[in-house]
Ligand binder design. Structure first.
Ligand code: BG6
Length: 482
């Protein structure tokens, strides 16, 4: 297989929040991997910028530990040394003058310039102002921002306003790391690179779609943030919404940023409001050895949900009558994320109604392993009459693609796309706002009635009501972890 990686130009990437958790877990290890793969052109630089007391040496130690933690034993000492040599550090105060002249002095004309705002959104305005004040933003400078992008429509609008006051939309890269996942992009390749699926990709042939993002972890050390957020804001408004969009959107005319984002936006805008009885909220409860949600967020009366299951409709010609069921939660039985497109049964079984088989499913698995499976019906082998069975046509990427299956972490891809200047996998301002406009009334509805989430056992399938949500429609969730 010939590698057809699109090269990047020499760059200066400045990471505000360079000593933070995201830099340690994702950004620095991701950059290291791209560097080790020879994708970081010579002369490129990565500059950590943070308020912490670190100096250059301490930052290099921090970066080395971050890379070692992520890569383990397989690390090549020479490559690591060369990587550390392209790192630099500047202590900077977003709210004051300290460090800005030093940063300005480090800037060069020529390389692609990108500023990664790996900081809370309350600092966006200050950072943007200083960047302008010190004349650090050129017409093709890129700004990367992270979620949470707003808490509701109003705050998202305010953030967009802050950013648009200082930068052009073409400079802004809003990360939703789910868009950087290999299989998520594969969903587009499968839909739009094959003739097989598109003619069937509508409500005439598809019974329903299930989208599940299940995690085993609880809220960990993020209780403070999570208690104010909950699964709806933390996962549904962004990650699940993106998966829904890519599944439901019309084929864009080309794979170009605005063509793709225009089509995704149309899906969000076509989403019908969700009635309260079509949603189940849950909160994880104790098992013998583990804490419950309320302990974890240190709020004994918390009404925040760690689980959501809902049924929604995309109100357009393609999807009228085909429900989309979305489900996400923490402390569930397994880490298991997938999109399942369930086709309708054959209109008539020539083999008799008790022969079995009869409907296809396309399963796009994101986590823990990546792969695509198409369930088809065949004859059960052996004598004894015509009995049917379902078998998977399996394309596990690890097996099929061998060494090429080393799928990059989402951040590796997304950071390189920033340097390439490709916004296809980043959210546009109107897309984020449309997603909040759909989410807000749901959350407001809960708040208005002081809704209390249903407790569910840790490491289970979630609340029983979520199972019933499907069963009422004569359908079933695929079991988490099955
Ligand atoms: C983040 C959420 O955006 O995504 C977390 O804030 C969640 O709560 C995480 O755990 C899940 O990401 P992934 O890539 O592990 O599925």
């Amino acid at each position: 297989m010939v590698s057809r990686i699109i090269p990047v130009e020499q760059f200066d990437l400045i990471i505000f929040g360079g000593t933070g958790d995201l830099a340690r877990r994702k950004i620095l290890p991701g950059l290291f991997k791209r560097f080790a793969d020879g994708q970081v052109p010579e002369g490129s630089r990565i500059i950590g910028a943070a308020r912490s007391e670190m100096d250059q040496a301490a930052f290099l130690t921090f970066a080395e530990e971050a890379v070692r933690d992520a890569e383990g034993d397989k690390i090549d000492a020479t490559v690591l040394k060369d990587f550390l040599a392209i790192l630099d550090y500047v202590a900077i105060d977003a709210l004051g003058e300290e460090g800005w002249s030093a940063l300005a002095e480090k800037m060069r004309e020529g390389p692609v310039r990108a500023f990664y705002f790996s900081v809370g959104p309350s600092l966006f305005d200050d950072l943007a102002r200083r960047l302008q004040q010190y004349d650090l933003v050129k017409p093709d400078t890129r700004i990367v921002v992270e979620k949470p992008f707003g808490h509701d429509l109003e705050t998202a609008r305010a953030l967009n306003k802050v950013l648009s006051a200082h930068f052009d939309e073409s400079q802004i890269y809003r990360i939703d790391h789910y868009l950087g996942k290999e299989t998520v992009q594969n969903l587009m390749a499968v839909r739009f690179g094959n003739m097989l699926f598109e003619p069937l990709w509508n409500s005439q042939y598809i019974d329903h779609v299930q989208i599940t993002v299940a995690e085993t972890v609880g809220v960990g050390g993020r209780g403070g943030y999570y208690d104010k957020s909950g699964a709806m804001r933390d996962m549904v408004q962004n990650h699940l919404m993106q998966l829904l969009c890519l599944t439901a959107m019309e084929p864009p005319a080309k794979f170009d940023p605005d063509a793709v984002r225009d089509e995704k936006l149309k899906v969000i805008r076509a989403l019908e409001p969700v009635e309260p009885h079509q949603i189940v909220r849950g909160q994880y409860d104790k098992t013998d050895s583990e804490s419950n949600f309320r302990d974890d967020v240190e709020n004994p009366s918390s009404k925040t949900e760690s689980f959501v299951a809902l049924k929604c409709h995309v109100g357009n010609w393609r999807w009228a009558g085909t429900p989309f069921y979305l489900r996400t939660g923490k402390r569930l039985e397994a880490r298991d994320s997938e999109i399942i497109v369930v086709f309708k049964s054959t209109p008539h079984s020539i083999f008799g109604s008790d022969a079995g088989g009869g409907h296809n499913e396309l399963r796009i698995q994101l986590q823990p392993d990546e792969g695509i499976t198409l369930k088809v019906t065949i004859k059960e082998p052996g004598p004894g009459g015509m009995r049917l069975m379902d078998v998977p046509l399996d394309m596990s990427f690890a097996e099929t693609l061998g060494e090429h299956a080393d799928t990059p972490d989402a951040y590796e891809r997304l950071i390189m796309d920033v340097i390439r200047g490709n916004q296809t996998l980043f959210m546009r301002d109107d897309e984020v706002e449309a997603a909040w406009a759909w989410t807000d009334p749901i959350i407001q509805g809960w708040e208005a009635v002081h809704d209390v989430p249903k407790p569910y056992d840790s490491y289970s399938q979630g609340p029983t009501d979520a199972t019933l949500l499907m069963q009422r429609d004569g359908r079933e969730w695929r079991e988490i972890g099955a």
